[in-house]
Design a protein around this ligand. Structure first.
Ligand SMILES: *Cc1c(COP(=O)(O)O)cnc(C)c1O
Length: 241
């Protein structure tokens, strides 16, 4: 795991250097991985980059709650990257440091109302359905600006940027095109809202391409932890497994 992490960080830094941008933040996608694997990766991160706070991404509220309890005392930042039902928003608002999948006004309102102000604002990314895939979560690109204004109006939310899961085109040039369109949206959002600094895109198969196209955060699971224990998750059957 140490070697894998070392090589991945190196590859991401090399990709960033090619574009002249700072290296992206690495979010380790720990969904369906046991707490022991998460603790092991946190240790590897501390050895690899002392002082770097590890970031973990979870897709399911229930699973994240159990894992955080098992890892109490671990200094890490927890991100929700799976689709969030409005009836789970109240719990998610205080379980996570970031929610990357805000895609509708109702969800923004529910998160903002539930976030404990003592904890500071919840960091929020808007999920964009960049390839207009039917049935996929995320707001339409043309609805992004309006949703951003609604999030920005919530005192207990901090609008930080955008997240996307582009269509898994086998053709990497086509994926690059999706990342490039996301980057254009990101620049428009950044111009309109101070505090926007995060473009979350790129997974195991295409993280370096995403960085070349301007990702500031990549979400990597399999390439760090190995294959996930299989099986569809009842809480979120549509999520990439
Ligand atoms: C599972 C997942 C990832 C990680 O996918 P890998 O291919 O394992 O790197 C990234 N983002 C989201 C939203 C996911 O659900």
């Amino acid at each position: 795991m140490q070697r894998t992490l070392h090589d991945l960080l190196q590859a991401l830094e090399d990709a960033a250097r090619r574009t002249g941008r700072p290296p992206p933040r690495l979010l380790a996608v720990s969904k369906l991985q046991p707490a022991t694997a998460v603790a092991e990766l946190a240790g590897a991160m501390r050895r690899e980059r002392p002082g770097m706070r590890p970031l973990f991404g979870e897709n399911y509220v229930q699973e994240a709650r159990a894992k955080q309890a098992a890892l109490a005392g671990l200094d890490a930042e927890w991100h929700l990257i799976g689709h969030l039902q409005s009836n789970k928003a109240a719990e998610a608002a205080n379980l996570f440091d970031w929610v990357q999948t805000v895609d509708r006004p109702k969800l923004a309102r529910a998160l903002g109302a539930a976030r404990d102000p003592e904890r500071g604002p919840l960091a929020v990314l808007l999920q964009v359905n960049i390839d207009d895939e039917p049935g996929k979560h995320g707001c339409r690109p043309q609805d992004m600006a309006q949703l951003a204004r609604q999030v920005a109006a919530e005192p207990n939310l901090a609008l930080r940027g955008l997240m996307a899961i582009p269509a898994p085109w086998p053709d990497m040039q086509q994926r690059r095109g999706s990342f490039r369109r996301m980057h254009a949206l990101f620049e428009a959002l950044r111009d309109a809202h101070p505090g926007v600094d995060t473009l979350s895109m790129g997974m195991s198969a295409d993280a370096t391409i995403a960085v070349e196209e301007g990702a500031t955060m990549v979400r990597v699971g399999t390439a760090l932890f190995g294959e996930r224990p299989s099986g569809r998750h009842p809480e979120n059957p549509g999520a990439p497994q």
